[in-house]
Structures are given as structure tokens and as C-alpha cells.
Design a protein around this ligand. Sequence first.
Ligand SMILES: C[S@@+](CC[C@H](N)C(=O)[O-])C[C@H]1O[C@@H](n2cnc3c(N)ncnc32)[C@H](O)[C@@H]1O
Length: 325
Amino acid sequence: MNTTAPPASADDRWTRYWHAPRLASCGPADSAYAGPIAAHWERLFLRGLRPGQRLLDLCAGNGAIAVLAARTILRRKKGRIRIDAIDRAAIDPLRFLELEAPVARQIRYHPKTDATALPFPEATFSWVVSQFGVEYAPRSAVVAEALRVTRPGGRLHFVMHAREGLLARQAERERKEAEVLRQAPFLVRTREILTQLKAGHDPAGAQLLLQALKAEIERFLTSHGQPVNPQMVRHACNLCLHTASVAPHFPLATLLAKIAELEAELDAHAGRLQDLLAAAVSQEDLARWRADLAAHGAVRIEMGALRVAPREALVAWTVDARKQP
Ligand SMILES: C[S@@+](CC[C@H](N)C(=O)[O-])C[C@H]1O[C@@H](n2cnc3c(N)ncnc32)[C@H](O)[C@@H]1O
């Protein structure tokens, strides 16, 4: 039986990803993603964001930056702002995140909304921001649309994946790992063993099949070496073992669907990382961003680099600009 789902679109991949209680879009939980990048935004908002302003978070996912802005203004400035957060995926953060009510009240999420066709009138926002987002959209169109909805004198600030940076390198390693996992012999073996188990075996025979699967997984782990994303590798191995161990209690179709779901998860993971690598901006591309911003009415355009200690490794490019007053 072929239970493999057809390949998902980028929007499906991101929808699947955001339908979970998570705010970060890449890297393991203990990566450099949260610390220096969150600190960068916090500094920016503390200096410039004022109660009563309107802020737009483009390609927001579950709203990492929207939430950070809402918290900053609420806690540090004792005020409120109105935040709109858009994403092309079918995001539904209030279903998956446990946000403090005063923070959630400041944010309006707009799922299935393209950054190049925004449902807002001209000159609506004092701030238009994006983290690891606008670089996924066609550059000239997204810049034109971002500037259209920015008020004269308003601010744009984008943090973008650096092609030469730490996160892109990590993404490349993780993408390869997801593909290796997807082709791992223990996945094929799990399907075979599930079919054999359901064909009928005495307990001793079933035990032997389970041991064979454990040995296949051990072989994979030994030959694979140190995982880039240990959580993902552990999840795949445990799911296969668990599915085989509960086989007597479920129909074969249900068990095989579990494995197909794991395969879809691995495909989506590799696909998102591939999307990230395709979107990442090189130092050379920054000149093109500058030219597009200037062509659509931005002034005081500054490009920067976000780096992390201890070796000051590059993480992201930053773009800061104002709309002509
Ligand atoms: C790497 S995630 C970043 C999410 C969030 N800004 C963060 O930092 O966690 C990229 C997001 O961009 C969204 N996206 C890609 N192209 C888009 C477009 N043209 N319009 C709106 N959203 C888009 C994807 O659905 C995805 O949620």
C-alpha cells in the first residue's frame, strides 16, 4: 500500500510548522537564535517604539517579533500598541500559544496573507518589521508593498538570513540530516516488520522482529555519528519503535499511517530548510535591497550585521530605513 502523501507546498510546510506551540522558526532551542536576535529587537523597540503606534510584522509565523514588541511596550513602557502580524501560511497562533491576555489583545493575526498584497491602506503603520521573513518573498514587490503601508517618516526594519551566516550553515547540515533520515533503512524495515507482525506471529516471533528493528536503528545511529538535530533523530527512531511495539493493538492501516506521517514530517522539515537556503541573502544581495528600497521611497537606509559571541560569527543581515517624510 502506498501511504506517502503528495509533496506539500511551502505554505503547507509552514502551516504544519506553526500549528504547534512554538515561536522560533529555525535552529535548535539552544542555538544562538533567541539570545542575540531578541536582544537586538528589544534594544530597537526600547529606543524607538512608542505607545499608540501601529506596527506591522511581515511573514510573522506565530509572531515572534509581534509578541516581543507587545511585551516590550506593555512591560517597559507601560502602554499599548496595535500590532498586525501577517503570514501566507494558515497561521492560528492563539490556538497554539499560551499568550498572556494583555499581549494577545495587542496583536491581530492575518493568516493566508501575502506580504506582496497587503490588506491595509496606504500609510497605515509607523513600523514595518520582519524577522527571517521578507527575504522569502519577491524582493521588489515586498519592498514596494512594505513602503506603501508605511507612514511618511515611519520605520522599516528587517532581520534577514545571511547566506554566509551561522544559521544558514546549520540549516544546510540539518537539511542533509533530514534527507538521510528520510532514506534510513530502519524506516523501510519498520514498514516490513509492521506488515509481518500483523500477518500473525507468536509472542516469541514478535519479540524477534522487534529486536531486529532495534538492531537496525542501532546500526543507523552508530553509522550516522553526532546528530545535528538530536531531537529529530530521536523522534524518528522512537516513533518507529513505539509503532512496532503497539502493533498488536491497532489495524495495519493505522500503523502504516503513523510512519507515513513521520515521513511527511521529515519531508516538510527538509523542505523548510531548503526554502531558508533559497531565501538567504548574500552580502552582494544587500546592494539590491538598498536599490529597491531607495527606488520605492526609502531614505536613511542602513545595512548591518548581527553577530554572536564568542567569535563574532555572522548570524543575520539587518536593514533599517525610513519612509521619506
Ligand atoms: C522563517 S519563517 C519566519 C517567521 C517569523 N518571522 C519568525 O521569525 O519566527 C518565514 C515565514 O515567511 C512566510 N512567508 C513566506 N513567503 C511569504 C509571503 N510572500 N507572504 C507572507 N508570508 C510569507 C512563511 O509562511 C513563514 O511563516
